[in-house]
Design a protein around this ligand. Sequence first.
Ligand SMILES: NC(=O)N[C@H](N)C(=O)O
Length: 290
Amino acid sequence: MFMDNSFFSGVTVLDALRENSIDIAEESLLQLKYDPASVWGYIEVHIEQGPVLEWVGFPLGVVQGIAGQTRLKVTVRGSQGHAGTVPMSMRQDPMTAAAELIVLLERLCKHPKDFLSYDGRSNCSTLESLSSSLVCTVGEISSWPSASNVIPGEVTFTVDLRAIDDAGRETVLYELSNQLYQICEKRSVSCIVERKHDANAVMCDADLSSQLKSASYAALKRMTGATQHEIPVIMSGAGHDAMAMSHLTKVGMLFVRCRGGISHSPAEHVLDDDVWAAGLAVLAFLETHV
Ligand SMILES: NC(=O)N[C@H](N)C(=O)O
């Protein structure tokens, strides 16, 4: 099935392999996967893609865990019409409904405690941990037919929702969809919510993390000659290869400071010295294991 998938391009994985002279059956490809018993662990170094390390003034940080994530596609359908002729009171406008839904999402993710109750689905500690890591984003929106003098017939937008606490993420999604359908009903538009992607949170291995911490101390001492204060331990809101590797083995991650916390932008930048520090930390880590 995987080999016959064409994803976005229309070219199947099998076609792409064959075009590159790799004639392989799906069964043999599956046999290539690692035997968990043969793998000791997985270490990943990545730029932080956020502002924390720069803010605390450290080139390196140890990752405690990676947030779980859900991506939704929300389609809001209303009644397409003429921008000049349909009275405001007679509209079923999916654009204003989408705007209300997006503002609801922001309020829910900024203040989950105002929305979620202390019942069986969410207790006090889940709400605390949720509030600290929950982030929600609408990164794409499109309307049809997308003309300045037309009340749209349909608006589609994406939701990217992340939290370190999987149960909390589910609780937020449950609350979001409840409120979303209520708003759509109130505005006489129809809403379809499709769940496009889910990945559970991954916690880094405590031993690997403490070894990476010691290795980071050693690297920074070697570079600056000074003993560093506590190396920051941070959560990753971004997804990483370590998430996939965690199904196979224990994982550990090191973050490298980036300028302004900017990422997913051409302005993304790291200092050469910080990359050097990360290299020395990995070397120090390896030296304790050979
Ligand atoms: N490291 C990343 O930016 N990973 C993904 N693209 C993500 O978190 O969306």
